[in-house]
Design a protein around this ligand. Structure first.
Ligand code: AMP
Ligand code: MG
Length: 532
């Protein structure tokens, strides 16, 4: 624990976003267009019985916040029932392309930003309540969030952080004591569910769509003001805004987005709704909705039932969808740089950065010193994993033990690789579907023998690159079902192992287990919708 921590209801909030940008002050929560403004002043709508369900200890320490008791003033702030001194809550205005079509104004329909807190290192962090009640951007919805989607955002965003994936964070999960009605699969079966609120945290929640809406409505002064705000606060190293700086800023957004997606592709994360309103201007994974983790490796897989027809946001599409989204952002930034011609070469840099980052991460996972001669070996792996229906996490983790062992004791090779294939795939033992991966493993082991590092050193490095624990879809669903009955033990255990995902936790071996067969079709595990 750090020394000078404070309860969040006593914390000093700053409001740079609210103070430096133009805000709509009409005290009118009815759904409406808000032209001319970056955000609306709103107050969260109180809930019946706010109580703390989960808390991120190390994020809180970093922000200088004390863990609150289950009920009381701090949890009331985290539920929107109370405001700390100096807070100026706002809902941001943004637009976006949803599933490839321009959707016009969207905005924070249920997220309300409380302001910014200064962390112990002096950095600034926006705190936002998701599910805090209606705003002018709620359109036809209620401004609330259900426990199931809140548990998913809380656990997954923190898990991603501990896997070194650029992401927004989550500080707290609060039950509201209110019911929220949702039709989970849009199938005409609305049911009451427990409501919840996540306090999520990021340097900023500005999105690609925050810029798009301004260009779409011809608010070029506002466009420049928002860009200048973001550069001033979040890209200060680029210097004072100018057309040249806007270009280098866009280059940095492209770079960060490429790095983020390269991480997704090497951990097996599928975002599920990569609409441009869900793309962070800081290159962070944002808006955890119907996301999922690959079980059998499959470029065509998406958990999002809303996308089953098109599969626009399937695992293997993510790198190119991110580029498409960057193209949409580029179009929105044209008024700042003068012409699209300047932005095109920058966009063209995305593919190279994505590929080199992906390869670097993959080399690390394989314990190999990068070498251009190895590119065929790298490129052959996804097809082999797909054919064998390999569980990516189990495969790489298993390989971290097996491969260095073979360097020490080659005689066991056949059996060891056989065991790995059986432990880490969803296909039947001895299946011909294993053949491409078996052949790949033969080539890989031969290549690994050329490494000069000691096998033990290779193993240590691989174990640091290949997590044992990721938020498996069925485990998240089991944690939700237990939490809905008041049992938080699985949620707590998942939070615990996901905090140190590269370590062994012998008492939680079950939380690293292959997906059981029953979970392959279970709604909430294998399939999700945007209803949250
Ligand atoms: P999403 O695809 O979940 O990122 O949401 C798209 C848009 O719908 C955003 O503008 C959200 O703020 C809004 N939205 C989603 N759920 C709700 C809700 N329950 N109440 C109000 N607005 C919502
Ligand atoms: Mg969103």
């Amino acid at each position: 624990m750090s020394h000078s921590t404070v309860s969040i209801d006593q914390a000093s909030f700053r409001n740079s976003f609210a103070e430096e940008l133009r805000g709509d002050t009409a005290a009118d929560l009815r759904p409406r267009q808000v032209p001319g403004y970056h955000y609306s002043h709103v107050s969260p709508t109180p809930v019946r019985d706010p109580h703390l369900l989960a808390w991120s200890e190390e994020l809180a320490d970093f922000l200088g916040l004390t863990r609150p008791p289950e009920r009381g003033p701090a949890v009331e702030v985290l539920a929107g029932n109370r405001q700390a001194p100096g807070m100026q809550p706002v809902a941001a205005r943004y637009g976006g392309h949803q599933f490839g079509s321009w959707a016009g104004q969207l905005g924070d329909g249920r997220a309300i930003s409380l302001g910014e807190l200064m962390a112990l290192d002096g950095s600034s962090w926006e705190v936002q309540l998701k599910g805090a009640g209606p705003t002018p951007y709620s359109r036809r919805a209620d401004g609330r969030a259900v426990l199931r989607s809140s548990v998913r955002e809380f656990l997954c965003s923190e898990a991603m952080y501990h896997l070194s994936v650029p992401t927004t964070r989550a500080l707290s999960l609060v039950g509201t004591g209110d019911e929220v009605v949702r039709d989970m699969f849009y199938s005409g079966n609305p049911l009451p569910e427990p409501g919840a609120i996540v306090a999520r945290v990021a340097p900023s929640f500005v999105r690609f769509g925050s810029f798009q809406i301004l260009t779409a409505t011809g608010e070029i002064d506002n466009l420049r003001e928002l860009a200048d705000y973001v550069i001033r606060h979040h890209y200060p190293e680029l210097g004072a805004p100018s057309p040249a700086v806007y270009l280098s800023w866009f280059a940095e957004i492209c770079r960060r987005t490429a790095v983020m997606v390269a991480h997704w592709q090497t951990v097996g994360f599928v975002h599920g709704v990569m609409n441009t309103d869900n793309m962070s201007i800081l290159g962070l994974t944002i808006d955890y909705g119907p996301y999922g983790w690959l079980e059998p490796y499959d470029p065509d897989w998406t958990p999002n039932t809303t996308d089953f027809g098109q599969r626009r946001y399937a695992f293997g599409q993510q790198p190119r969808v991110a580029l498409w989204n960057l193209m949409m952002l580029a179009q929105a930034l044209v008024p700042l740089v003068g012409s699209a011609d300047e932005l095109t070469p920058v966009l063209n840099s995305y593919a190279g950065i994505y590929t080199s980052t992906y390869r670097t991460l993959l080399f690390r996972k394989l314990g190999l010193t990068p070498h251009p001669d190895d590119l065929p070996l790298l490129s052959a792996l996804p097809d082999a994993l797909t054919a064998a229906e390999a569980d990516m996490t189990l495969f790489f983790r298993g390989l971290s033990y097996v491969a260095p062992m073979l360097l020490e004791n080659g005689a066991m090779e056949e059996q060891a690789l056989q065991d790995l294939l059986e432990a880490a795939t969803y296909t039947a033992p001895g299946s011909p579907a294993h053949e491409p991966l078996r052949q790949w493993l033969g080539q890989y082991v031969a290549r690994l023998r050329q490494e000069t590092a000691a096998p033990a050193a290779i193993r240590e490095q691989m174990l640091r690159a290949n997590p044992k624990y990721v938020l498996r879809n069925y485990l998240a669903q089991q944690a939700i079902e237990a939490a809905e009955t008041g049992d938080l033990s699985l949620l707590n255990n998942l939070q615990h192992v996901l905090r140190t995902p590269y370590d062994e936790h012998p008492e939680h071996e079950d939380l690293a287990a292959k997906r059981p067969e029953w979970a392959s079709t279970k709604p909430g595990s294998a399939t999700l919708s945007c209803s949250s």
